[in-house]
Ligand binder design. Structure first.
Ligand SMILES: [Zn+2]
Length: 433
Protein backbone atom coordinates (compact mmCIF):
# COMPACT_ATOMS: atom_id res chain seq x y z
CA UNK A 1 0.00 0.00 0.00
CA UNK A 2 1.42 3.37 -0.96
CA UNK A 3 2.17 5.66 1.93
CA UNK A 4 -0.30 8.36 0.92
CA UNK A 5 -3.07 5.77 0.76
CA UNK A 6 -2.07 4.49 4.20
CA UNK A 7 -2.29 8.00 5.59
CA UNK A 8 -5.70 8.54 4.05
CA UNK A 9 -6.96 5.23 5.42
CA UNK A 10 -5.51 6.05 8.83
CA UNK A 11 -7.15 9.46 8.89
CA UNK A 12 -10.47 7.96 7.80
CA UNK A 13 -10.37 5.23 10.43
CA UNK A 14 -9.26 7.69 13.10
CA UNK A 15 -12.20 9.94 12.34
CA UNK A 16 -14.53 6.94 12.26
CA UNK A 17 -13.46 5.57 15.60
CA UNK A 18 -12.43 8.73 17.41
CA UNK A 19 -13.98 8.47 20.85
CA UNK A 20 -15.70 11.74 21.70
CA UNK A 21 -14.59 13.47 24.86
CA UNK A 22 -16.68 12.06 27.69
CA UNK A 23 -19.28 14.54 28.88
CA UNK A 24 -18.10 16.18 32.06
CA UNK A 25 -20.30 17.52 34.78
CA UNK A 26 -19.25 21.04 33.89
CA UNK A 27 -22.12 23.16 32.63
CA UNK A 28 -22.23 24.18 28.98
CA UNK A 29 -24.23 27.22 27.89
CA UNK A 30 -25.27 27.00 24.26
CA UNK A 31 -26.31 30.20 22.52
CA UNK A 32 -27.62 30.90 19.01
CA UNK A 33 -29.92 33.23 17.07
CA UNK A 34 -33.10 31.23 17.63
CA UNK A 35 -34.39 27.96 19.05
CA UNK A 36 -37.18 25.63 17.92
CA UNK A 37 -38.01 23.37 20.87
CA UNK A 38 -39.71 20.59 18.87
CA UNK A 39 -43.07 20.82 20.65
CA UNK A 40 -44.67 22.82 17.86
CA UNK A 41 -44.33 26.07 19.84
CA UNK A 42 -43.08 29.11 17.90
CA UNK A 43 -39.31 29.73 17.94
CA UNK A 44 -37.65 31.89 20.58
CA UNK A 45 -34.96 34.43 19.74
CA UNK A 46 -31.62 34.81 21.53
CA UNK A 47 -31.91 31.47 23.37
CA UNK A 48 -29.70 29.81 25.96
CA UNK A 49 -29.63 26.07 26.64
CA UNK A 50 -27.79 24.95 29.78
CA UNK A 51 -26.49 21.38 29.70
CA UNK A 52 -24.88 19.47 32.56
CA UNK A 53 -23.61 15.97 31.86
CA UNK A 54 -26.14 14.46 29.48
CA UNK A 55 -29.16 16.44 30.72
CA UNK A 56 -30.73 19.78 29.80
CA UNK A 57 -30.83 22.00 32.92
CA UNK A 58 -32.52 25.08 31.48
CA UNK A 59 -33.94 26.45 28.23
CA UNK A 60 -35.07 30.01 27.66
CA UNK A 61 -34.13 33.43 26.37
CA UNK A 62 -30.83 35.00 27.39
CA UNK A 63 -32.86 37.41 29.51
CA UNK A 64 -34.48 34.56 31.46
CA UNK A 65 -31.65 32.05 31.92
CA UNK A 66 -28.70 33.04 34.08
CA UNK A 67 -25.46 31.46 32.89
CA UNK A 68 -23.19 30.14 35.70
CA UNK A 69 -19.87 32.01 35.87
CA UNK A 70 -17.79 28.89 35.20
CA UNK A 71 -19.94 27.59 32.33
CA UNK A 72 -18.35 26.73 29.03
CA UNK A 73 -19.93 29.01 26.42
CA UNK A 74 -20.77 27.44 23.04
CA UNK A 75 -21.77 30.38 20.88
CA UNK A 76 -23.49 29.17 17.71
CA UNK A 77 -23.90 32.71 16.36
CA UNK A 78 -26.62 33.06 13.75
CA UNK A 79 -27.56 29.36 13.77
CA UNK A 80 -30.92 27.85 14.73
CA UNK A 81 -30.99 25.27 17.55
CA UNK A 82 -33.37 22.30 17.24
CA UNK A 83 -33.80 19.01 19.07
CA UNK A 84 -31.78 16.18 17.56
CA UNK A 85 -33.85 14.88 14.65
CA UNK A 86 -35.51 11.45 14.72
CA UNK A 87 -35.98 9.18 11.70
CA UNK A 88 -38.55 6.46 12.44
CA UNK A 89 -37.76 4.35 9.36
CA UNK A 90 -34.14 3.46 8.67
CA UNK A 91 -32.33 0.28 7.63
CA UNK A 92 -28.92 1.09 9.07
CA UNK A 93 -27.29 -2.17 7.90
CA UNK A 94 -28.59 -1.75 4.34
CA UNK A 95 -27.35 0.02 1.23
CA UNK A 96 -29.13 1.13 -1.97
CA UNK A 97 -29.95 -1.63 -4.45
CA UNK A 98 -32.62 -4.27 -4.71
CA UNK A 99 -34.08 -3.99 -1.23
CA UNK A 100 -31.58 -6.34 0.33
CA UNK A 101 -32.26 -9.46 -1.74
CA UNK A 102 -28.76 -9.81 -3.18
CA UNK A 103 -27.22 -8.31 -0.06
CA UNK A 104 -28.78 -11.19 1.85
CA UNK A 105 -27.39 -13.65 -0.71
CA UNK A 106 -23.87 -12.27 -1.03
CA UNK A 107 -23.09 -10.82 2.36
CA UNK A 108 -22.74 -12.10 5.90
CA UNK A 109 -24.06 -10.68 9.12
CA UNK A 110 -20.61 -9.12 9.49
CA UNK A 111 -21.01 -7.14 6.28
CA UNK A 112 -24.32 -5.76 7.52
CA UNK A 113 -22.86 -4.73 10.85
CA UNK A 114 -19.94 -2.94 9.17
CA UNK A 115 -22.30 -1.12 6.81
CA UNK A 116 -24.15 -0.15 9.98
CA UNK A 117 -21.02 1.28 11.64
CA UNK A 118 -20.35 3.53 8.65
CA UNK A 119 -24.00 4.51 8.16
CA UNK A 120 -24.50 5.27 11.85
CA UNK A 121 -21.79 7.93 11.78
CA UNK A 122 -23.16 9.45 8.57
CA UNK A 123 -26.66 9.54 10.08
CA UNK A 124 -25.50 11.24 13.28
CA UNK A 125 -23.45 13.81 11.33
CA UNK A 126 -26.58 14.64 9.32
CA UNK A 127 -28.34 15.69 12.53
CA UNK A 128 -30.33 12.56 13.32
CA UNK A 129 -29.57 11.67 16.94
CA UNK A 130 -32.21 8.92 17.16
CA UNK A 131 -33.45 6.36 14.65
CA UNK A 132 -35.86 3.48 14.63
CA UNK A 133 -34.34 0.63 12.63
CA UNK A 134 -37.25 -1.00 10.84
CA UNK A 135 -35.67 -4.25 9.78
CA UNK A 136 -32.32 -5.86 9.09
CA UNK A 137 -31.53 -9.09 7.28
CA UNK A 138 -29.53 -10.16 10.32
CA UNK A 139 -29.08 -9.15 13.93
CA UNK A 140 -26.43 -6.67 12.80
CA UNK A 141 -28.67 -3.81 13.93
CA UNK A 142 -28.51 -5.14 17.49
CA UNK A 143 -24.70 -5.12 17.32
CA UNK A 144 -24.60 -1.56 15.99
CA UNK A 145 -27.06 -0.36 18.66
CA UNK A 146 -25.13 -2.02 21.46
CA UNK A 147 -21.72 -0.75 20.30
CA UNK A 148 -23.06 2.81 20.08
CA UNK A 149 -24.61 2.54 23.54
CA UNK A 150 -21.31 1.20 24.90
CA UNK A 151 -19.44 4.19 23.46
CA UNK A 152 -17.36 2.03 21.10
CA UNK A 153 -18.55 3.75 17.90
CA UNK A 154 -20.35 7.04 17.22
CA UNK A 155 -23.95 6.93 16.08
CA UNK A 156 -27.53 7.85 16.88
CA UNK A 157 -29.63 6.20 19.55
CA UNK A 158 -31.05 3.16 17.75
CA UNK A 159 -34.27 1.29 18.49
CA UNK A 160 -34.18 -1.93 16.49
CA UNK A 161 -36.76 -4.23 14.94
CA UNK A 162 -34.13 -6.94 14.28
CA UNK A 163 -35.28 -9.07 11.33
CA UNK A 164 -38.96 -8.25 10.97
CA UNK A 165 -41.69 -10.70 9.94
CA UNK A 166 -42.95 -11.56 6.47
CA UNK A 167 -45.04 -14.20 4.73
CA UNK A 168 -43.75 -16.89 2.37
CA UNK A 169 -43.40 -15.27 -1.06
CA UNK A 170 -44.14 -11.81 0.30
CA UNK A 171 -42.32 -8.48 0.35
CA UNK A 172 -39.74 -9.61 2.90
CA UNK A 173 -39.06 -12.98 1.26
CA UNK A 174 -36.54 -13.47 -1.55
CA UNK A 175 -38.55 -14.48 -4.60
CA UNK A 176 -38.03 -15.42 -8.22
CA UNK A 177 -35.40 -18.12 -7.73
CA UNK A 178 -35.49 -21.88 -8.22
CA UNK A 179 -37.40 -23.80 -5.53
CA UNK A 180 -34.33 -26.04 -5.29
CA UNK A 181 -32.32 -23.21 -3.71
CA UNK A 182 -33.01 -22.78 -0.03
CA UNK A 183 -33.05 -19.01 0.54
CA UNK A 184 -33.23 -17.37 3.95
CA UNK A 185 -35.68 -14.50 3.38
CA UNK A 186 -34.75 -10.90 4.10
CA UNK A 187 -36.98 -10.98 7.19
CA UNK A 188 -37.99 -13.97 9.28
CA UNK A 189 -40.59 -15.85 7.24
CA UNK A 190 -43.56 -16.87 9.38
CA UNK A 191 -47.03 -17.99 8.29
CA UNK A 192 -50.09 -18.55 10.43
CA UNK A 193 -50.92 -17.50 13.96
CA UNK A 194 -48.66 -20.03 15.70
CA UNK A 195 -45.61 -19.24 13.59
CA UNK A 196 -45.94 -15.48 13.93
CA UNK A 197 -46.24 -15.77 17.70
CA UNK A 198 -43.04 -17.78 17.83
CA UNK A 199 -41.27 -15.38 15.44
CA UNK A 200 -42.16 -12.39 17.63
CA UNK A 201 -40.93 -14.19 20.73
CA UNK A 202 -37.66 -15.10 19.01
CA UNK A 203 -37.05 -11.49 17.95
CA UNK A 204 -37.74 -10.26 21.47
CA UNK A 205 -35.32 -12.88 22.77
CA UNK A 206 -32.54 -11.59 20.51
CA UNK A 207 -32.92 -7.91 21.27
CA UNK A 208 -35.85 -6.34 19.39
CA UNK A 209 -37.08 -2.98 20.70
CA UNK A 210 -40.07 -3.16 18.35
CA UNK A 211 -41.56 -5.62 15.87
CA UNK A 212 -41.70 -4.88 12.14
CA UNK A 213 -44.25 -6.73 10.04
CA UNK A 214 -44.79 -6.58 6.27
CA UNK A 215 -48.58 -6.43 6.09
CA UNK A 216 -48.76 -5.84 2.31
CA UNK A 217 -46.67 -6.10 -0.83
CA UNK A 218 -43.79 -3.73 -1.44
CA UNK A 219 -41.84 -1.84 -4.07
CA UNK A 220 -38.41 -3.49 -3.87
CA UNK A 221 -39.58 -7.11 -4.00
CA UNK A 222 -40.05 -9.47 -6.92
CA UNK A 223 -43.31 -11.21 -7.62
CA UNK A 224 -45.72 -9.41 -5.29
CA UNK A 225 -48.19 -6.61 -6.01
CA UNK A 226 -47.55 -3.44 -4.00
CA UNK A 227 -51.17 -3.09 -2.93
CA UNK A 228 -51.88 -6.73 -2.07
CA UNK A 229 -52.51 -7.62 1.56
CA UNK A 230 -50.09 -10.28 2.83
CA UNK A 231 -50.74 -10.95 6.51
CA UNK A 232 -54.34 -11.69 7.52
CA UNK A 233 -56.13 -9.76 10.25
CA UNK A 234 -55.84 -12.78 12.57
CA UNK A 235 -52.08 -12.98 12.07
CA UNK A 236 -51.69 -9.22 12.64
CA UNK A 237 -53.72 -9.43 15.87
CA UNK A 238 -51.50 -12.27 17.12
CA UNK A 239 -48.33 -10.31 16.28
CA UNK A 240 -49.55 -7.20 18.13
CA UNK A 241 -50.69 -9.29 21.10
CA UNK A 242 -47.30 -11.00 21.46
CA UNK A 243 -45.36 -7.76 21.01
CA UNK A 244 -47.50 -5.88 23.50
CA UNK A 245 -47.13 -8.71 26.01
CA UNK A 246 -43.38 -8.13 25.76
CA UNK A 247 -43.94 -4.40 26.25
CA UNK A 248 -43.02 -3.33 22.71
CA UNK A 249 -44.85 -1.83 19.73
CA UNK A 250 -45.43 -3.01 16.17
CA UNK A 251 -44.61 -1.12 12.96
CA UNK A 252 -46.48 -2.37 9.89
CA UNK A 253 -45.08 -1.95 6.39
CA UNK A 254 -48.28 -1.35 4.41
CA UNK A 255 -48.85 0.28 1.03
CA UNK A 256 -52.22 -1.29 0.15
CA UNK A 257 -55.57 -0.05 1.42
CA UNK A 258 -56.97 -3.23 3.02
CA UNK A 259 -53.70 -4.07 4.75
CA UNK A 260 -53.62 -0.58 6.27
CA UNK A 261 -57.15 -0.99 7.62
CA UNK A 262 -56.45 -4.42 9.13
CA UNK A 263 -53.07 -3.42 10.59
CA UNK A 264 -54.54 -0.29 12.20
CA UNK A 265 -57.48 -2.23 13.62
CA UNK A 266 -55.12 -4.95 14.87
CA UNK A 267 -53.41 -2.28 16.96
CA UNK A 268 -50.07 -1.60 15.28
CA UNK A 269 -48.43 1.65 16.41
CA UNK A 270 -47.55 2.85 12.93
CA UNK A 271 -48.21 2.31 9.25
CA UNK A 272 -44.97 2.53 7.26
CA UNK A 273 -45.24 4.02 3.74
CA UNK A 274 -49.08 4.09 3.58
CA UNK A 275 -48.97 4.98 -0.12
CA UNK A 276 -52.43 3.75 -1.13
CA UNK A 277 -54.30 4.62 2.07
CA UNK A 278 -58.02 5.16 1.38
CA UNK A 279 -60.84 6.72 3.39
CA UNK A 280 -61.40 3.51 5.36
CA UNK A 281 -57.70 3.42 6.23
CA UNK A 282 -57.73 7.07 7.26
CA UNK A 283 -60.73 6.41 9.50
CA UNK A 284 -59.14 3.28 11.03
CA UNK A 285 -55.86 5.09 11.71
CA UNK A 286 -57.62 8.03 13.37
CA UNK A 287 -59.84 5.73 15.45
CA UNK A 288 -56.84 3.71 16.67
CA UNK A 289 -54.38 6.59 17.06
CA UNK A 290 -52.08 4.97 14.50
CA UNK A 291 -49.14 7.03 13.25
CA UNK A 292 -48.35 7.35 9.54
CA UNK A 293 -44.63 7.13 8.68
CA UNK A 294 -44.66 8.36 5.07
CA UNK A 295 -41.16 7.63 3.54
CA UNK A 296 -41.68 10.05 0.65
CA UNK A 297 -38.25 10.69 -0.88
CA UNK A 298 -37.48 6.96 -1.18
CA UNK A 299 -39.85 6.67 -4.16
CA UNK A 300 -38.27 9.70 -5.87
CA UNK A 301 -34.83 8.16 -5.49
CA UNK A 302 -35.94 4.83 -6.96
CA UNK A 303 -37.49 6.58 -9.96
CA UNK A 304 -34.72 9.17 -10.51
CA UNK A 305 -31.56 7.31 -9.50
CA UNK A 306 -32.61 3.69 -8.99
CA UNK A 307 -31.36 2.34 -12.31
CA UNK A 308 -27.73 3.36 -11.73
CA UNK A 309 -27.92 2.16 -8.12
CA UNK A 310 -28.89 -1.43 -8.78
CA UNK A 311 -32.67 -1.21 -8.41
CA UNK A 312 -34.23 -3.87 -10.67
CA UNK A 313 -36.69 -2.72 -13.34
CA UNK A 314 -39.65 -4.27 -11.45
CA UNK A 315 -38.86 -1.96 -8.52
CA UNK A 316 -38.69 1.13 -10.71
CA UNK A 317 -41.96 0.17 -12.44
CA UNK A 318 -43.73 -0.34 -9.11
CA UNK A 319 -42.47 3.01 -7.81
CA UNK A 320 -43.69 4.83 -10.92
CA UNK A 321 -47.06 3.08 -10.65
CA UNK A 322 -47.76 4.33 -7.11
CA UNK A 323 -45.91 7.68 -7.13
CA UNK A 324 -48.87 9.94 -7.88
CA UNK A 325 -51.19 8.06 -5.53
CA UNK A 326 -48.60 8.22 -2.76
CA UNK A 327 -48.46 12.02 -2.77
CA UNK A 328 -52.23 12.41 -3.25
CA UNK A 329 -53.33 9.89 -0.61
CA UNK A 330 -50.77 10.88 2.01
CA UNK A 331 -51.67 14.53 1.54
CA UNK A 332 -55.29 13.58 2.07
CA UNK A 333 -54.45 11.52 5.17
CA UNK A 334 -52.55 14.47 6.64
CA UNK A 335 -55.34 16.92 5.89
CA UNK A 336 -57.94 14.54 7.37
CA UNK A 337 -56.05 14.49 10.67
CA UNK A 338 -53.97 11.29 10.65
CA UNK A 339 -50.92 11.82 12.88
CA UNK A 340 -47.58 11.65 11.07
CA UNK A 341 -44.16 10.69 12.44
CA UNK A 342 -41.09 11.41 10.34
CA UNK A 343 -39.51 8.39 8.64
CA UNK A 344 -37.64 7.97 5.39
CA UNK A 345 -36.58 4.38 4.49
CA UNK A 346 -32.89 5.38 4.42
CA UNK A 347 -30.92 2.53 2.77
CA UNK A 348 -33.31 2.62 -0.19
CA UNK A 349 -31.38 5.87 -0.86
CA UNK A 350 -27.89 6.64 0.49
CA UNK A 351 -27.75 7.22 4.25
CA UNK A 352 -27.23 10.89 5.01
CA UNK A 353 -30.10 12.04 2.82
CA UNK A 354 -32.53 11.48 5.73
CA UNK A 355 -33.64 15.14 5.69
CA UNK A 356 -34.93 15.04 2.10
CA UNK A 357 -38.46 14.19 3.25
CA UNK A 358 -38.88 17.58 4.96
CA UNK A 359 -39.04 19.47 1.68
CA UNK A 360 -41.62 17.07 0.24
CA UNK A 361 -43.78 17.25 3.37
CA UNK A 362 -43.82 21.04 3.16
CA UNK A 363 -43.95 21.58 -0.60
CA UNK A 364 -46.15 18.67 -1.73
CA UNK A 365 -48.20 17.63 1.31
CA UNK A 366 -48.84 21.16 2.55
CA UNK A 367 -47.37 20.60 6.01
CA UNK A 368 -46.28 23.85 7.73
CA UNK A 369 -42.49 23.81 8.43
CA UNK A 370 -42.93 23.95 12.21
CA UNK A 371 -45.29 20.96 12.01
CA UNK A 372 -42.88 19.01 9.76
CA UNK A 373 -40.14 19.55 12.36
CA UNK A 374 -42.50 18.37 15.12
CA UNK A 375 -43.08 15.15 13.16
CA UNK A 376 -39.32 14.50 13.41
CA UNK A 377 -39.03 15.51 17.06
CA UNK A 378 -41.92 15.34 19.57
CA UNK A 379 -44.18 13.13 17.44
CA UNK A 380 -41.43 10.70 16.44
CA UNK A 381 -40.35 10.40 20.08
CA UNK A 382 -43.94 9.63 21.05
CA UNK A 383 -44.22 6.90 18.41
CA UNK A 384 -41.01 5.25 19.63
CA UNK A 385 -42.14 5.69 23.24
CA UNK A 386 -39.22 7.83 24.44
CA UNK A 387 -41.00 11.19 24.69
CA UNK A 388 -39.99 11.57 28.34
CA UNK A 389 -36.34 11.76 27.27
CA UNK A 390 -35.99 13.14 23.73
CA UNK A 391 -37.90 15.00 21.03
CA UNK A 392 -38.22 18.38 22.73
CA UNK A 393 -35.72 20.78 24.26
CA UNK A 394 -37.05 20.92 27.80
CA UNK A 395 -35.64 20.72 31.31
CA UNK A 396 -34.52 17.23 32.42
CA UNK A 397 -34.52 15.75 28.92
CA UNK A 398 -31.44 14.20 27.37
CA UNK A 399 -29.18 16.80 25.80
CA UNK A 400 -29.70 15.81 22.15
CA UNK A 401 -29.62 18.95 20.04
CA UNK A 402 -28.42 20.22 16.70
CA UNK A 403 -27.86 23.60 15.09
CA UNK A 404 -28.40 24.53 11.46
CA UNK A 405 -27.16 27.46 9.47
CA UNK A 406 -30.21 29.50 8.49
CA UNK A 407 -33.84 29.39 9.53
CA UNK A 408 -35.70 26.17 8.64
CA UNK A 409 -39.03 27.94 9.09
CA UNK A 410 -38.13 30.15 6.11
CA UNK A 411 -36.44 27.40 4.07
CA UNK A 412 -37.06 23.87 5.34
CA UNK A 413 -34.38 22.53 3.01
CA UNK A 414 -31.58 24.04 5.14
CA UNK A 415 -32.05 20.86 7.19
CA UNK A 416 -30.70 18.84 4.22
CA UNK A 417 -27.12 20.09 4.32
CA UNK A 418 -27.10 22.94 6.82
CA UNK A 419 -26.49 20.97 10.02
CA UNK A 420 -23.32 22.42 11.57
CA UNK A 421 -23.48 21.23 15.18
CA UNK A 422 -24.57 17.92 16.71
CA UNK A 423 -24.74 17.09 20.41
CA UNK A 424 -26.04 13.74 21.66
CA UNK A 425 -26.31 13.04 25.36
CA UNK A 426 -24.29 16.15 26.14
CA UNK A 427 -21.37 15.04 23.94
CA UNK A 428 -20.45 17.18 20.92
CA UNK A 429 -20.06 14.98 17.82
CA UNK A 430 -19.93 17.73 15.22
CA UNK A 431 -18.93 21.38 15.51
CA UNK A 432 -18.49 23.13 12.17
CA UNK A 433 -18.86 26.73 13.22
ZN1 LIG B 1 -38.17 0.03 4.90
Amino acid sequence: MKRVVKVIVFVFLSSLFATPVVAQERVSAIRAARLIDGSGAPPIDDPVVLVRGDIIMAVGTAADVSIPADAQIIDLGHFTILPGLIDCHVHITGTPGDGGDTQALRETEGHGAIHGVVNAKITLDTGFTTIRNTGSNSYGDVAVRDMINAGVIPGPRIYVATRGLGITGGHADINGWSPHIDLPGYAEIADGVDEVRKAVRRQVKYGADLIKVTATGGVLSAGDAVGAQQYSFEELVAIVEEANRAGIKVAAHAHGASGIVDAANAGVASIEHGSLVDDAGIAAMKANGTFMVPTLYALDFIIDEGAENGVPQYGIDKAIAIADAQRRQLRRAYQEGVRFAYGTDAAVFPHGRNARDFGILVEELGVPPLEAIKMATADAAELIGIEDHVGTLMVNKWADLIAVEGNPLEDIRVLEDGVRFVMKGGVVYKDNR
